[in-house]
Write a protein that binds this ligand. Structure first.
Ligand SMILES: Cc1ncc(COP(=O)(O)O)c(C=O)c1O
Length: 462
């Protein structure tokens, strides 16, 4: 049973260097006693006038936005609602290729015509760099009918973009900007973190409270400063979000906001822990925790030092490092990809947690020998697009082994887990680059997922 499994896990010595941000601290049992519905005396999330209106006002104030919508279906629902609120069927949108699947699903549902910006990777690390404002400008000059631009800032790995410049460029070209800030809910609470998107001029931003703050899984916020857009966002949230929002989750948002108001100093302690950790990590000889090189990389605008990207540097793959940390040290990381494993930290992490991690890394490091080749995965150029996503999804398909389908058009999303960013989207051509990227990902132990079949079978347009 899930409940027993969760209780057993909670009682084990496994330390969570992964989401959610509350790190399983506090709360003795399941909170059934506060799991109510929209009964008299409470409020309606889709037309808030009482306690939920007050909750949203508090969130707006804390995040310095005119409007905040509290979400109980994660940033995912915020992305769907915001995209639909800011586009019409068939509109052209410019999407950063390293977007989460929710952005692609929004484009599919709204029948949008997608153009992509493929961010550079950071030299030597192979992780996505910031979205360059110049690249956004180039694409908007090439496609002046673009109505919406969607960028992810920060990325899963913590790389933030120059949202202010990007927002200015979008507005000069008559486009609006949605920032997927799912991993940046903690940004407003220390000036050591990158600046928040909404303060930099984004028209809308979504942020997952549950990823980096003490809040339950699925809790998130949708933010805007635009009074007219706010009305349409509310309407679209009614389309996409459950009509039975969980008060347990809403209470968790309330608890999180109260924590943020009353415990600002907790972020100073968190920053000190991070500084100490990064300082100690500089002594590692073989494996390394990317930090200074990211902060100073030419194509990285800013970086969230709360994301610990631990590189094997040829000693071992990210997956092997993650496996050793789990098996030998009971430290569970968020994900591994190619040459690195990612530990997510939050304001709720303890001194003990950081010490356990640095001690484990120091021991692993002392046993390292430079054996394997670095396993950096480089992003391939974008495949050619023949159809929009919704055209492809609605076309007749047939199932084929992808390695026998070179030159065919995919009806499937093909993505590697983690982190789930698509290698090909419906309507794109399966070319040699795509096939060799898939082969490299499989060789490094990543799971490849398709929607219609078990990989390597995929659906192609017949
Ligand atoms: C960059 C990014 N955007 C959006 C999402 C979706 O957020 P949520 O899980 O809160 O729906 C995720 C989830 O992992 C993500 O990593």
């Amino acid at each position: 049973m899930l409940v027993e499994k969760l209780k057993d896990y909670a009682n084990s010595s496994v330390y969570p260097f992964h989401m959610p941000g509350h790190k399983r601290m506090g709360g003795n049992g399941l909170p059934y006693e506060i799991d109510i519905t929209e009964i008299d005396g409470f409020d309606n999330l889709h037309d808030p006038r009482g306690c939920l209106a007050e909750l949203q006002e508090n969130a707006a104030e804390l995040y310095s936005a005119r409007h905040a919508f509290t979400l109980v279906n994660g940033s995912t629902v915020g992305i769907l609602a915001a995209t639909r609120a800011m586009t019409k069927d068939g509109d052209r949108v410019l999407i950063a290729r390293n977007s989460h699947m929710a952005v692609y699903h929004a484009a599919e549902l709204c029948r949008l015509n997608t153009e992509y910006i493929l961010p550079d990777t950071v030299d030597g690390l192979g992780i996505f760099a910031s979205i360059s404002p110049a690249a956004v400008e180039r694409m908007l000059n090439a496609h002046p009918d673009t109505s919406l631009v969607v960028v992810t800032s920060p990325t899963y790995e913590g790389v933030a973009s120059d949202v202010k410049s990007i927002a200015d460029i979008c507005h000069q070209h008559g486009a609006r900007l949605l920032v997927d800030e799912a991993h940046g809910a903690h940004f407003p609470f220390s000036d050591r973190f990158p600046q928040s998107a909404i303060g930099c001029g984004a028209d809308t931003a979504v942020t997952s409270l549950h990823k980096t703050l003490p809040a339950m899984t699925q809790t998130a916020l949708l933010l805007t400063n635009d009074d007219i857009l706010a009305k349409e966002l509310q309407r679209q949230l009614t389309v996409f979000e459950t009509s039975s929002p969980s008060y347990v989750l809403l209470a968790s948002i309330d608890r999180c906001l109260t924590f943020l108001i009353n415990h600002k100093e907790a972020f100073d302690d968190y920053i000190k822990r991070l500084d100490n950790f990064h300082q100690a990590a500089r002594s590692l000889k073989h494996i390394s925790v990317a930090h200074d090189e990211l902060l100073h990389a030419e194509n990285v605008f800013d970086f969230d030092s709360g994301k610990l990207c631990i590189f094997g540097n040829g000693c071992m793959s990210g997956k092997k490092l993650m496996d050793i940390l789990r098996a030998d040290y009971h430290l569970e990381l968020e994900m591994a990809l190619g040459d690195y494993a990612l530990a997510m930290t939050s304001v709720c992490d303890t001194d003990e947690g950081f010490v356990r991690l640095i001690n484990a890394l120091t021991q692993i490091d002392s046993r390292c020998t430079q054996s394997d080749h670095p396993n950096t995965i480089t992003a391939s150029p974008l495949p050619q697009k023949r159809y929009t996503i919704s055209e492809a999804i609605n076309a007749d398909g047939e199932i084929r082994d992808i390695f026998m389908a070179e030159g065919k058009t995919s009806r499937d999303y093909i993505r590697a887990y983690p982190p789930g960013i698509p290698i090909i989207v419906p309507g794109e051509v399966i070319d040699r680059e795509v096939l060799s990227q898939l082969t490299a990902l499989m060789a490094s132990g990543n799971e490849i997922i398709t929607d219609h079949s078990a990989f390597p079978l995929i659906s192609i347009i017949g």
